[in-house]
Write a protein that binds this ligand. Structure first.
Ligand code: C5P
Length: 279
């Protein structure tokens, strides 16, 4: 580890709103999504190295998105050496929580700061879009609205504070499979999305067009959503393309109780979202 090593938290996301339009000619779907960052995070240790290498004990063969992101960054910046990254994985894979994309976005942002001549923000954004549809939005800590295939990002600001119970049914879902099963219903995509000012406003806008195909592919997701509602959540939904289901609560205590009582989930967690007063 050099003196320039950076310890970086790569926070997961949930999609509070995900509206999906028709499939485009390039195979992607046009979408509008409101993305919130949450406190559940992978931890990355990034340092200079002669060549780029990623060590992620939780994923055999390492994390390909981070490797791709860093190779692309070095190539674009004309940087002849690379970076070493160690990833301590906390965000489950195939969960709709953007774990791999958050790691790639964090690696791009923070490795860029270690370069002698860093790339400008618009270049980092362009590279992020080449890595994956979720990566550009996950360059930002605040809530964002993403459009297009996910690559047109607008920063909305800070959300009101809330707590989430998260439950994983034990089987990951592949994003491509869930999109393939989605049948567009012809409803127009929203033109504008306002930043919710209260937790009640946030709960009211929770909606996900991929929930039906995700719950069809993994019926345990439906059961987890219904259980969270029965356990008192303000709203509950699959995140992104699943398979994690979140329930929204006012307090940490309520979220912890729900996570402890939900049945049929080998992995559960609680996480904060929005701006909490400093402890
Ligand atoms: O961009 P990314 O590699 O994360 O996307 C994974 C898959 O999800 C794509 O290959 C595509 O099948 C689907 N997808 C989509 N429309 C989007 C984003 C992703 O159909 N807007």
């Amino acid at each position: 580890m050099t003196e320039d090593a950076a310890i970086v938290r790569a926070c997961a996301k949930i999609n509070l709103l995900l509206r999906v339009g028709p499939r485009r000619e390039d195979g992607y779907h046009e979408l509008v999504t409101l993305i919130a960052r949450i406190s559940l995070a992978d931890v990355l240790l990034i340092s200079d190295a002669p060549e780029t290498a990623v060590d992620c004990p939780a994923i055999p063969g390492g994390d390909t998105l981070v490797t791709r992101a860093l190779r692309l960054l070095c190539e674009t910046a004309g940087h002849t050496s690379g970076f070493h990254v160690h990833i301590d994985k906390r965000i489950p894979h195939g969960a709709g929580l953007g774990g791999g994309s958050a790691d790639a976005a964090a690696a791009l942002r923070f490795a860029n700061d270690l370069l002698p001549r860093p790339l400008i923000d618009s270049e980092i954004h362009r590279l992020a879009a080449l890595i994956g549809s979720d990566v550009p939005a996950l360059l930002h800590d605040e809530a964002t609205v993403a459009r297009g295939r996910g690559d047109r990002v607008e920063v909305l600001g800070h959300l009101p504070a809330g707590w989430l119970a998260l439950a994983h049914p034990g089987r990951p879902l592949a994003t491509r499979d869930v999109y393939q099963r989605y049948v567009a219903d012809g409803r127009p995509l929203p033109q504008t999305i306002a930043l919710p000012q209260t937790l009640e406003e946030m709960a009211a806008l929770i909606e996900n067009d991929l929930a039906v195909p995700a719950e069809d592919l993994e019926p345990a997701c439906r059961s987890l959503r219904e259980q969270f509602m029965a356990l008192g959540s303000m709203a509950a939904c699959v995140s992104g393309s699943g398979s994690v289901v979140f329930g929204l609560f006012h307090t940490e205590q309520e979220a912890t109780t729900a996570a402890a009582n939900v049945e049929g989930a080998p992995w559960t967690a609680t996480a904060a979202l929005g701006t909490h007063p400093a402890a």
